[in-house]
Design a protein around this ligand. Structure first.
Ligand code: ADP
Ligand code: MG
Length: 292
């Protein structure tokens, strides 16, 4: 491609709110076969709400919610915000934890009111040696509803199963259809639970799901998709997406996402939704066609 045509292409993209930070991405994007997409904040709004809390025998609903909120009070995870707002809405006092620890990809641990509280995914409970099978049917149902189940342990006893729901962005289904119309394969890459991710994939008609990916595993997920020499574009918004954005053949950052993600992207979508992706790909194909 000539430098002039790339300048024209990137200029037209900018008018559509698609920022090419690297001119060569305009050419690479044309040959992308798979679009791997982060779930939380990219396909979904990234603003989950607490929808469920079922306590284990011997635990009181409000006591558990207040302790879970204390465990999440200092966390920056979107799930934490959902839990804290729910406790506030219930009029509960949220104690300030004495000791807070974020366990990336797992959850949180705090010491509060003389108790140790853990909140997080089933694998966090597994790490504590806690059996969550009393909540097995709840977990299946919640996951199938597209909600993310999480668990609370108080002083090393399983206290509750909770769930948060993160609605799909209004523009996502149409963007997914446009990507399929361009002949692309789509994959979800997420740290979230498998059933939840599969429910979202089913709803959107996305064919591949890489779930329960730990924060440092997103790069490996991209490499796996690249296996047969296929070109991958990765779309994401979070701090934990930055390495995958860099590892992909083309990294596409959501412009409303974190600074780290934006700096790691070859392409930035200013509109904050997925719709820039099919636009950018269509433009990339048209630009390169004109050059030939
Ligand atoms: P993602 O944002 O894609 O879900 P993360 O690596 O941030 O990926 O988290 C993976 C999973 O770990 C979450 O889906 C959740 O189950 C659990 N988790 C992480 N942080 C927290 C937290 N602060 N509170 C509750 N659960 C958490
Ligand atoms: Mg995200």
């Amino acid at each position: 491609a000539t430098p002039t045509s790339i300048m024209v292409g990137t200029g037209r993209a900018a008018e559509m709110g698609v920022l090419f930070r690297k001119g060569e991405a305009l050419q690479t994007l044309r040959s992308a076969e798979i679009i791997a997409i982060d779930k939380t904040g990219t396909l979904t709004k990234g603003r989950p709400q607490l929808t469920d809390l079922n306590t284990a025998p011997g635990f009181d609903h409000h006591t558990v919610l207040a302790l879970v909120a204390a465990a999440e009070a200092r966390s920056e995870h979107p799930i934490a915000e959902a839990v804290v707002s729910a406790a506030r809405a219930a009029g509960l006092a949220i104690a300030d934890p004495e000791k807070f620890e974020a366990i990336p990809g797992f959850g949180t641990r705090v010491a509060v009111a003389g108790k140790t509280v853990h909140v997080g995914a089933d694998r966090l409970m597994a790490r504590l040696g806690l059996d969550v099978s009393v909540f097995a049917s709840d977990a299946v149902r919640l996951g199938d509803e597209g909600k993310s189940p999480l668990y609370a342990a108080i002083d090393d006893k399983l206290a509750a199963i909770l769930a948060v729901a993160d609605p799909i962005k209004e523009t996502t289904p149409q963007a997914v259809r446009a990507l399929h119309d361009l002949g692309l394969k789509l994959a979800i890459v997420t740290g979230d639970n498998r059933r939840t991710a599969e429910a979202i994939a089913r709803k959107l008609g996305i064919e591949e799901v890489l779930a329960e990916v730990l924060p440092d595993g997103k790069v490996a997920a991209v490499r796996r998709l690249q296996a047969d020499g296929r070109k991958i574009a990765f779309v994401g918004d979070g701090i934990n997406d930055a390495p995958a954005l860099a590892a992909a053949d083309v990294g596409i950052a959501i412009g409303t996402g974190t600074d780290v993600a934006i700096e790691s992207g070859d392409v930035v979508l200013m509109s904050g939704d997925l719709f820039g992706v099919p636009n950018a790909i269509a433009l990339s194909r048209a630009t390169i066609r004109n050059i030939k």
